[in-house]
Write a protein that binds this ligand. Structure first.
Ligand SMILES: NC(=O)c1ccc[n+]([C@@H]2O[C@H](COP(=O)([O-])OP(=O)(O)OC[C@H]3O[C@@H](n4cnc5c(N)ncnc54)[C@H](O)[C@@H]3O)[C@@H](O)[C@H]2O)c1
Length: 231
């Protein structure tokens, strides 16, 4: 049985992960943290001020974090002090934040991915393949997300830009769009358009559960979903 704590448990992602963890036979939801009070999946939500007390009294095998960059760095520091493996789905980190996560991963295994969907991880792989042949074509990225998303461009689009060396990313924040990414490669008289559409957050939830099962018991280090999926 893998005992799981969720940071940001009252959020769109945190709630879904908590509910899914509760349904799985090999997983047990033992704690949840958020600045908002409440009860999710049978767990009373603890505040960030209670990290120390809760983690001292409740054994936790993996922490899953879908919160904010600031909250994520805090839980990563605490997880590294206590030797608890960590899965981070939060996006919008600064370079300095990423350096800190790298440092913490010297003591614990951390899976960090801006997108846990299986299809997106294969999509990144396809972009690397296209780059081998069409690296000199013009490239552009369009990403569309729901109006509540805080960071822009999305972590997924940043990763696409890194892999494709595309210089332009256009972000739209409209309605309840879960997440669309469109990559356009334009050559002389022809173009390729690659599109990934996340239709449900369950695509991220399934990947996050896969990551948490994988990270429990790993050696310290910074991993991503491609390590988890063996891509
Ligand atoms: N990696 C992926 O596959 C993936 C998928 C979806 C969303 N995300 C990212 O995950 C993050 C969360 O997304 P969301 O849509 O669930 O957002 P959300 O705003 O619905 O949820 C965030 C939660 O974090 C809580 N929070 C804020 N400060 C906190 C603190 N100090 N300590 C603990 N909890 C705190 C908020 O109260 C909220 O409940 C975002 O960065 C988003 O971009 C990643």
């Amino acid at each position: 049985m893998i005992r799981v704590a969720v940071n940001g448990i009252m959020g769109r992602m945190g709630r879904l992960i908590a509910e899914k963890v509760r349904e799985e036979e090999d997983l047990e939801l033992v704690a949840g943290f958020d600045v908002l009070e409440g009860e999710i999946a049978g767990i009373r939500v603890s505040s960030p001020a209670e990290y120390g007390r809760v983690l001292s009294t409740t054994p936790v095998d993996v922490i899953v974090d879908f919160s904010t960059p600031e909250a994520s760095i805090k839980i990563a520091e605490i997880a590294s002090e206590r030797g608890i493996p960590l899965v981070i789905g939060t996006t919008g980190f600064s370079e300095d934040d990423l350096r800190k996560i790298q440092e913490f991963s010297g003591r614990i295994p951390v899976v960090l991915s801006p997108n846990f969907a299986l299809g997106v991880n294969v999509f990144w792989h396809l972009i690397e393949e296209i780059e081998k042949y069409l690296g000199d074509w013009d490239k552009g990225i369009v990403e569309i997300h729901h109006r509540h998303k805080k960071d822009a461009p999305s972590g997924t689009a940043k990763k696409i830009a890194e892999l494709s060396r595309a210089s332009s990313v256009h972000s739209l924040r409209i309605g309840d769009v879960v997440g669309d990414h469109i990559v356009i490669y334009a050559g002389e008289g022809e173009r390729i358009e690659l599109i990934h559409r996340a239709q449900s957050r369950m695509a991220f939830v399934s990947g996050a559960l896969r990551a948490l099962r994988w990270v429990a018991g790993r050696s310290p280090g910074l991993y991503d979903m491609r390590d988890v999926l063996g891509l």
